[in-house]
Design a binder for this molecule. Structure first.
Ligand SMILES: [Zn+2]
Length: 278
């Protein structure tokens, strides 16, 4: 799974004397000790020379080159391990930056949904004929399913059943979902808004003649997903669209503030059905 979005990976670094070390601190350290890097050398002799010391010194001199070679090898292995660990740390800390282009070929996301619903459960093959490969849609779904605390959606049109199922799954998992949408488009045939509302997801809509035309999502107040894509099967499978995915604090802050502003503006408690003078 990790191969698709590049988040899950393991680095294997060969270390002499201990086979493979996985890029984790304690294991790597054990590898270093196993390789003899931390093994203290003989204390320098500062005492008087003795007749018996001469043969020992000769033996040490004979062993010297071999020992130096082993030490150099161990040092090289340690350097490789350190570099590999630094790469692992860098990749883990690197913010997500991804661009998805549509149209996306039809694909099955059952395995993604099943894994999100029940992590680690044995995969059950889906009987549908669609491939479950790496597509723009599957990547979008993965990003959404990475939500752990909140998902704020600001979507002009939302009629894609697959994306609706991903949102409902997150809702069932306890992720706080807020959805802002367009009043005119939420009532169209095939819209998923009613289904999401029935599932208990908070939905608010505009009250203006202009469209609520945004198409963005914010995952965990950390990751922005935005672009031209309406969340409709037609747009996903037929249109040329772009979606930018970015863990960028400045962009997320700007979009989050816009979301909060709209969310409050569309609060039903603020509706005015009649003018004050009536
Ligand atoms: Zn399927």
């Amino acid at each position: 799974m990790g191969s698709v979005c590049g988040d899950g990976f393991a680095v294997r670094v060969p270390v002499p004397g201990e086979g493979l070390v996985f890029g984790a601190g304690s294991g790597a350290l054990r590898g270093w000790v196993g390789a003899g890097i931390w093994e203290p050398g003989p204390a320098p002799c500062g005492g008087r020379s003795s007749p018996r010391a001469a043969p020992a010194s000769a033996a040490a001199a004979r062993a010297g080159p071999g020992r130096a070679m082993r030490a150099a090898g161990a040092l090289a292995a340690a350097a490789v391990t350190a570099v590999a660990m630094a790469v692992v740390a860098w990749r883990r800390a690197r913010p997500v930056r991804e661009v998805l282009f549509f149209p996306s070929p039809p694909c099955c996301i059952e395995a993604l949904l099943a894994e999100a619903a029940e992590p680690g459960a044995p995969a059950r093959p889906c009987p549908c004929p669609l491939p479950s490969g790496d597509t723009a849609l599957s990547r979008l779904v993965r990003r959404l399913l990475s939500a752990r605390r909140s998902l704020d959606l600001c979507l002009f049109s939302f009629s894609c059943p697959q994306l609706a199922r991903a949102v409902q799954l997150l809702h069932r998992r306890g992720v706080r979902i807020r959805l802002v949408t367009d009043a005119q488009y939420m009532g169209l045939h095939g819209s998923q808004i009613g289904r999401l509302r029935q599932a208990g997801i908070q939905v608010r809509h505009d009250q203006h003649s202009g469209y609520m035309h945004h198409k963005f999502a914010i995952v965990d107040r950390r990751m922005l997903i935005t672009g031209s894509l309406n969340w409709t099967t037609q747009a996903i499978q037929s249109n040329r669209e772009n979606v930018l995915v970015a863990e960028d604090a400045e962009y997320v802050k700007a979009f989050q503030e816009e979301f909060e502003r709209i969310w409050e503006e569309y609060n039903p408690a603020n509706y005015r059905f009649f003018s004050e003078r009536q």
